[in-house]
Each structure stands twice: as structure tokens, then as C-alpha cells.
Design a binder for this molecule. Sequence first.
Ligand code: SAM
Length: 281
Amino acid sequence: MQHKKENSPFTIHRSPFAKKSFGQNFLVDQNYIDKIISALNPQKDETIIEIGAGRGALTEKLIESGAKIIAIELDRDLIPLLQTDFGRYENFTLIEQDALTVDFKNLLTTHRLPLNTKLVANLPYYISTAILQKLIKQRNCFGEMVLMLQREVVERITAEAGNRERGFLSVLVQAYLQTEKLFDVPPSAFRPAPKVWSSVIRLVTKNENEIKNEKLFREIISTGFAQKRKTILNNLKNVPPELREKFGDIETFLESCGINPQRRAETLTLDEWRQIYSLSI
Ligand code: SAM
């Protein structure tokens, strides 16, 4: 397969300028491209969804692996470029769409593909939280995801109880996915270079999950973290009325969960959040 060289006059001439509004920081460091691909370890008999194919830095290697690749790209100016480079490969499908609006279950069913695909993305920063929340909702479509995110976001996602970075997203992600931070990526690995470092993380869908009512769980943790400086007691006083009824006296409720009401949300372990949830249903 032809290799596109970032610095070749050919590439510069034909590539549209990187668009800030689409969060376009293209990976150009071959070392990191290879590291992401080997973390994903694509196999011939697998299906891999890539969000935000960009100029194809990862896509090219994915296609080479022989796996079935479904790439999603929002920027219509990049579509002809991706089609020209990869359209001739049988194991490549390109979808021009906003990944936030993709129903992954539907997509896989339409292509008669099993629901345990891998997902890879060098995610645009501006949608990373929204995409993560969407991927959690549709987690049963994915066995494993390898994502590049802003380093701060990865720190937040992986923060354990007691860590100041721990928040709504940490608890939500950890409730449904196993997280493993893989490595950091410096701004110099991209063109244009972003202002911040990135990190690559592996997320694996947990098979067994007793938190079936995701909406309720989200409500509990988002209220619990609403004001980080407040105690869990004071935050949970603001739960919606239906939950308030179930909780009864919040202080007594927290004590019955074995949680000191004066603690802050960031100190609660996943088991403690689970306990609050299970006594609320
Ligand atoms: N994968 C390429 C790479 O590693 O060089 C590009 C990564 S770049 C950080 C993010 C890509 O996601 C861009 O190509 C951008 O156009 C695309 N993108 C931005 N928002 C998107 C969305 N909502 N849905 C799908 N793709 C999106």
C-alpha cells in the first residue's frame, strides 16, 4: 500500500487544511501510530470501527491488518481523500457521518456484523466526553476500545477514590468499563500540534453489570458530584423528587449505605456508589 508522507509536496498540495472546528490534529509520528495499532492488535477475522479517520494515519495500518474496517468521518472535505486512498480495498467501508449520531448497534446489524467489534479513535477533544458517554450507552457493541484522548481526560477517567480528579465521568466509565491507561503522546506527534498532551487508553466492556438502570445511576452520580466542595449529604439533598422519596432522610440513608454523610463525592469508591444505587431501586 502507498504510504502518505506528511511532508511530501503531494500530500500538502492535496490535503485540505486542518480544521480547528473539527478538532483536527492529525497523527504524523509513525512510532505512535504503530503503538496504537499494536495496542489494538487487529486480526483478520475482526471488525474494527474507527471514529474520525482524518487523513487515514491509523486507517491505513488497520486496512493492512486484513480486518474489516468501518471508518466514520464527519468532515466532507476528507471523504474524497479517504476514498481515493482506501476505497479500492474490500475490507474498507467509509461512512460520512457525525459519530455522535451513529447508532452502532444498527450499523453492525445492517452490515451483518457481530456485536463485539473493536473501536479505535484519536478523538477530537471537543467531543471526547460526549462520545465517551455515547460509547458507554452502546458498550455492548464493543469488546474493546483503544482511544486517544486529552491526557487530562484520561486522568479523570482513571482517577480512583480519593483522587482530586475523580468526578462524574470517572465513576460512570469505571462502572461499565475496565480502564487501562496505556501511554502518553506528546503534542509533537501531531500536525498541527495541539497545546496539550494526549494519552491512549484501553477500555474493555464489563460483562457482568448489576447497574442495569443507567439513567438512574447517572442521576445519582451527577447529583452527588454537582458541587465538588460540598459533602455528599448536601449534594444528594438535591436529587430529583422521585429519588428523594426513595432516599427518605438522606443522612440516615447514607448511614445505612455505610457512608459517612460528611464525606465528599470524590472519596467514594465504586462499590459505595453501587451501594447507593442498589438501595435506590
Ligand atoms: N484519525 C486521524 C489521525 O489520527 O490522524 C484523525 C484524528 S483528528 C484528532 C479527529 C478526526 O475526527 C478528524 O478527522 C475530524 O474531522 C473527525 N471528526 C471530528 N468530529 C467528528 C464527529 N463528530 N464524527 C466523526 N468524525 C469527527
